[in-house]
Design a protein around this ligand. Structure first.
Ligand code: AKB
Length: 318
């Protein structure tokens, strides 16, 4: 790699752990974390940190030049549930940040971009089981619309200007270090914290709602693997389907009960139920497995063990 890496949206759920993993590979000084505001104090002190609004082209360019940045991971986005409350703002943030980054790559200020898409690009008319890479999309959420449009912009900039942009359609990501914010799959993180803190949880999705999910360790592995892959192996420049596990709130609760037998869950679906109903249940990610050798490590059993162990030790240390 010619220069350094810049992470936009580094204080978010995925950004935090991605920054830490990339720093282990490339060295602290070579990975510049940035966000619109300061996050966790300890995280901000771990290496170079800059305040950047991902829609501020001039500021991004200033930081590219200051640190000789050659790769950008654009992790700043408004997720599905919040985007339904602020549709215009979500569109502006999700689209403008991407278009600015693509232009900077077209103008050769940077070499490579990582941009996450989501299972939200699919809609109610997409096949729910083994959802193929290419199928009917028709998303019904603003977030899904912005991700699907973004995928096509990535493909356009790659075909027309040779921009090396790589992307994955993340499922719901489950982690214990930094909580997610504003997503429909967030219940699958909250449920672990509430199981330990209160032995009970009120779930905003119904018990039988199956969604595609993934443990953070696998999501980070996928992100780094696709970015380290040979450019010729990346045959899809919209975004790759990516999958690991699928489960319902009832199934995750039963798995938690193996460790916390008195754990109780009440189901009180809210507006997020409709979003979840519009998404696939099981994703076919065979193209990722064929093209750049994707494979996941964690299932519901190993993820639950690891989540509960880590949340418990995090609470003891607070
Ligand atoms: C959300 O729930 O909005 C995200 C996603 C699936 O992209 N976690």
């Amino acid at each position: 790699m010619r220069g350094t890496i810049l992470i936009l949206g580094a204080c978010g759920q995925i950004g935090t752990e991605l920054t830490q993993s990339l720093r282990k590979i490339h060295g602290e000084e070579n990975v510049i974390a940035s966000d619109i505001r300061y996050g966790n104090e300890a995280f901000v002190k771990e290496g170079p940190f800059e305040i950047i609004d991902a829609t501020d082209r001039a500021k991004i360019l200033e930081i590219i030049q200051k640190y000789n940045v050659s790769q950008i991971y654009l992790m700043a986005a408004m997720l599905s549930a919040t985007a339904e409350k602020y549709p215009q703002k979500a569109w502006e943030l999700n689209m403008n940040s991407l278009l600015i980054t693509l232009e900077l790559a077209k103008e050769k200020y940077i070499d490579t971009i990582y941009w996450p898409s989501s299972i939200a690009v699919f809609g109610p008319s997409s096949p729910k089981i083994n959802t193929p890479q290419d199928t009917i999309m028709n998303p019904t959420t603003v977030y899904g619309m912005s991700k699907l449009a973004g995928e096509h912009w990535c493909n356009y900039y790659h075909n027309k200007y040779g921009v090396d942009v790589r992307s994955l359609r993340y499922p719901g990501i489950i982690s214990w270090k930094t909580k997610p914010g504003g997503g429909t799959t967030d219940y699958a993180v909250d449920i672990y914290f509430k199981a330990i803190e209160e032995s009970k949880y009120e779930c905003f999705l119904s018990e039988k709602t199956m969604l595609p999910m993934m443990y953070m360790n696998d999501a980070i592995k996928a992100t780094i693997d696709i970015m380290e892959a040979n450019p010729n192996d990346i045959k899809i420049r919209t975004s790759y389907n990516l999958a690991a596990i699928s489960f319902t709130p009832e199934e995750i609760a039963n798995e938690i009960r193996k460790h916390i037998p008195n754990f109780e869950v009440n189901y009180k679906p809210d507006f997020r139920q409709e979003i979840a109903n519009s998404w696939p249940q099981i994703i076919d990610d065979s193209k990722s497995r064929e093209d750049w050798n994707w494979s996941h490590n964690h299932d519901l059993v190993s993820m639950t063990e690891d989540m509960l162990k880590n949340i418990q030790s995090k609470m003891i240390s607070l």
